[in-house]
Design a protein around this ligand. Structure first.
Ligand code: HEM
Length: 190
């Protein structure tokens, strides 16, 4: 049972860390204060990397555990899982989106020289948001603990955290649009 507990614990913690990353990413992108923006992005990246490590632990534990029929092939071909096939497929699609966003994010410094890449960066990074949303769907569909009060509280907490951060960002964007640039540069509206 150890592997089964490990798989579930790593899955839940990965979801929590990806939620932290998503929330801070939204807040960081909307911040005009350079120091605040730096720290928000620093913790955003650290949370994303921690989430990825936990995701790797989750997938390895699920595959190694004999309690469920999920083979290693699920990583490249997720559609044939013997255990909750739809839920596992949603999880695999979430993992692809998150890994894709992480790889492109890691190469951002090098790719930044390309103007086309810089223009498309925001839309490419939406893969991370899609991955987070699919992760929520996956945990609601796949999890043994999905109906327990503590797991429901975690899921609602994750949705509330990202929802609030996105709302704050949209609000700031509206404020910035209505603030003259000269006043914003003078630091009077931040
Ligand atoms: C190839 C990718 C993935 C596979 C094969 C996979 C597999 C599984 C399986 C078989 C379960 C059922 C465990 C149970 O019954 O409790 C599960 C649950 C779960 N997975 Fe995944 N998963 C994948 C990706 C992800 C991703 C990207 C996340 C997001 C962070 C995630 C988070 C979770 C969570 C939170 C649970 C619920 C655990 C619980 O209820 O205690 N998984 N996963």
């Amino acid at each position: 049972m150890t592997l089964w507990y490990l798989a579930r614990a790593a899955g839940v913690m990965a979801l929590v860390f990806f939620t932290i990353a998503a929330s801070l990413g939204a807040l960081g992108a909307g911040s005009r204060k350079p120091e605040q923006r730096f720290w928000l992005q620093y913790v955003h990246r650290s949370a994303a990397v921690t989430g990825l490590l936990l995701l790797v632990a989750h997938v390895i534990a699920v595959i190694s555990d004999s309690y469920v029929d999920v083979g290693a092939s699920v990583v490249v071909w997720p559609f044939g899982s013997g255990y909750r096939p739809f839920a596992v497929t949603v999880g695999a699609l979430a993992a692809y989106s998150l890994v894709f966003a992480a790889v492109v994010g890691a190469a951002r410094g090098r790719l930044a020289r390309s103007e086309a890449f810089t223009k498309r960066w925001r839309s490419i990074h939406l893969a991370a948001s899609l991955g987070w949303l699919l992760s929520i769907g996956h945990s609601l569909l796949a999890g043994t603990d999905r109906g327990t009060p503590w797991m429901l509280a975690i899921t609602i907490g994750c949705l509330a955290a990202v929802g609030t951060s996105v709302a704050v960002r949209l609000r700031r964007r509206e404020d910035q649009r209505s603030t003259p640039l000269s006043l914003a540069r003078a630091g009077r509206f931040q």
